[in-house]
Design a protein around this ligand. Sequence first.
Ligand code: GSH
Length: 221
Amino acid sequence: MSAGRLYGSKGNPRVQKVQITAKLSSIEIDFDENFEMGKHNKTPEYLAKFPLGQVPAFEAKDGLCLTESAGLAFYVANLKENNPLLGKNKHELGKIYQYSFFAETQLSPQAATIVYPAFGYMPYNEETERLGYQKLEGTLAYLNKEVEGKKYLVGDSITLADIMIGSNLEMLYAYVLVEEHRNKHPHLTNYFKHYRQMTEVTDASGPMRLADKPLKVEAKK
Ligand SMILES: N[C@@H](CCC(=O)N[C@@H](CS)C(=O)NCC(=O)O)C(=O)O
């Protein structure tokens, strides 16, 4: 039986975060692949349930309405008793929280600062871009060390930590990190490639895309 309905567009890494979590937890959720951003999330019915008008959003079978992709992933993972995605003990869960909050509060905004101006979601600013790359470099170097010699961030199997970090690396590997840059962080690149070839991940996210040329920002002079 379905646990509820997930709203959002197919291919959005925030949506995929929830889909991958559900798949790995064997939790069934409904999802309309024809959802249109800017249309379906702005209807009065949608706004009555989700006042910010953002995606992803989740409406549970009991009527509970939730937003925030990371929160949705934790909610869905918790629907399964003793879910290994939440670690084997409190120590592992602590690390899962650590990486998840890091992904949401640091990695995600850094990626957005660099990628969004190229997609036209944000105005381009040279200084903001420079600072964005500087901060991102620190984050990638940190993550590269964290995953050295490891397939998973926490314990010996996939957890929500990998899904949170992996989903937030998606846009970077697809559009920003060209081969030379990927090779600067070899452990992270190997880790990401391993995560990205998992069936549950490719089912939700399609084939892995790796940037083959530097990101082009039209607004740059
Ligand atoms: N922190 C939120 C961010 C949600 C968000 O910014 N969603 C974007 C799409 S990726 C959105 O709905 N934008 C439309 C809008 O804000 O009107 C999450 O992770 O769910």
